[in-house]
Design a protein around this ligand. Structure first.
Ligand code: ADP
Length: 402
């Protein structure tokens, strides 16, 4: 019988899931339960090779939500397994593991305590992640549950790259430091890039650009992250769909005073109303901004330039820190699909050894090298697959329990 892993990603009002058959490494179902605990709960379930099913049913909490997901997975018509016994393990995406986890772990009471201890530094993400874990454990108590952390891959950063120039006691008392996020994605594309380079990952220097709605870049030396753009929270670094990324911290106090905002409001403002959305005034979706820019909208054009410029700064800085670079990788929604943005990022970078072939770059969502033959640095487009990493870690840890 095949070894199926259920991958779960719980947000405050949503549950994303995928079932992966570890023999074939293929997804057999995926879905999204949206508006959990809010009127209008809707489950969109997609069994591989069949039509998607939409179920509307108000559900009070994550346990009821997971119950519906599990019922759907074994449903005679649109289910993908005969009974729950065919799901051998559950992998949970957890955003913040603090300094405690440099790799994925079997979930024990001790691990749950650490996830809870990180509520303070990840108030939006860790509470729903833990809620999802507890809901799944109550419904599937007899299978191993594994936590896969967004921060884990970045734990190899040296202190000179993770420390802020703030009074040292803030680190000692409150663990204020750079953590970095999207680690599972940076890890996956690093491994794929090394394979495309035809070298052991230990002999590679790679810059990975995860450009989705949230966006971050990582400098990976020999398979280990040495620096990344997201910081203490996902707000730092690149310009994102709705997040400002790097700004002068003094702007925060200035806006708080001018717009009469408290800490929670300014936090929400910089996370939800800024970035490409705030600057363009159009949308957080780069398809809309690209269309407006092409039609002559000046703010949309400026937004693209500001976005691209920030990415260039990080590439330059990371090449300096890595003292070399074999490949730059584009991944996530915009990285995989944003043809003009990729081109703009790589334009005028030939001094650094980056030369893109505009013809090869005309590609979406496919693993490919889009650099010119004579480019010193390879430029890869690699569709990310965080779920496969979570499922693989879960499988490996589950096998050790046997
Ligand atoms: P999330 O961070 O929510 O997982 P994704 O990785 O799915 O985000 O990326 C979503 C973003 O990718 C969209 O907001 C959009 O800006 C961008 N995107 C997706 N498809 C395209 C496309 N064809 N052209 C340009 N941008 C795209």
């Amino acid at each position: 019988m095949s070894f199926n892993v259920l991958v779960v990603n719980c947000g405050s009002s949503s549950i994303k899931y995928q079932v992966i058959d570890m023999d074939s490494k293929q997804e057999i179902a995926s879905g999204l339960l949206d508006r959990v605990g809010i009127p209008g709960t809707v489950l969109t379930h997609k069994p591989e090779g069949k039509e998607k099913t939409v179920i509307e049913k108000d559900l009070p909490d994550h346990t009821a939500g997971m119950q519906l997901v599990l019922e759907t997975l074994v449903h005679p018509e649109y289910g993908v397994v005969k009974d729950l016994g065919e799901i051998k393990a559950v992998g949970h995406r957890v955003v913040h593991g603090g300094e405690h986890f440099a790799e994925s772990v079997l979930i024990t009471d001790e691990v749950k305590k650490v996830i809870r201890d990180c509520f303070d530094i990840a108030p939006l993400h860790n509470p729903p992640n833990l809620m999802g874990i507890e809901a799944c454990q109550s419904l599937m108590p007899n299978v191993p549950h594994v936590a896969v952390f967004d921060t884990a891959f970045h734990q190899t950063m040296p202190p000179e790259n993770f420390m802020y120039a703030l009074p040292y006691e803030l680190y000692e008392k409150y663990k204020v430091r750079r953590y970095g996020f999207h680690g599972t994605s940076h890890y996956y594309v690093t491994q794929r890039a090394a394979a495309l380079l035809g070298k052991p990952v230990e002999q590679t220097k790679i810059i990975t650009l995860h450009l989705g709605n949230g966006a971050s870049v990582a400098a990976v030396d020999g398979g280990k992250v040495i620096d990344t753009s997201m910081g203490f929270t996902p707000l730092e670094g690149l310009v994102m769909g709705t997040r400002s990324g790097d700004i002068d911290p003094a702007i925060v106090f200035f806006i708080m005073e001018k717009l009469n905002m408290g800490p929670a409001e300014i936090n929400n403002y910089l996370n939800k109303k800024a970035g490409a959305l705030g600057l363009s005034g159009i949308s957080n979706d780069f398809r809309d901004i690209g269309d407006a820019a092409a039609a002559g909208d000046k703010r949309a054009q400026l937004t693209l330039k500001v976005y691209v410029n920030r990415v260039k700064s990080y590439i330059g800085g990371y090449i300096a820190k890595l003292n070399g670079c074999d490949a730059i990788v584009f991944t996530a929604g915009l990285g995989e699909n944003g043809i003009p943005i990729r081109q703009m990022i790589c334009d005028n970078m030939d001094f650094l050894g980056i030369k893109m072939d505009p013809e090869k770059n005309k590609v979406r969502g496919k693993e490919i090298d889009v650099a010119t033959e004579d480019s010193k640095i390879r430029i890869f487009v690699i569709p990310t697959n965080e779920e496969l990493v979570i499922a693989t870690d879960t499988y490996n840890i589950a096998m050790k329990q046997k």
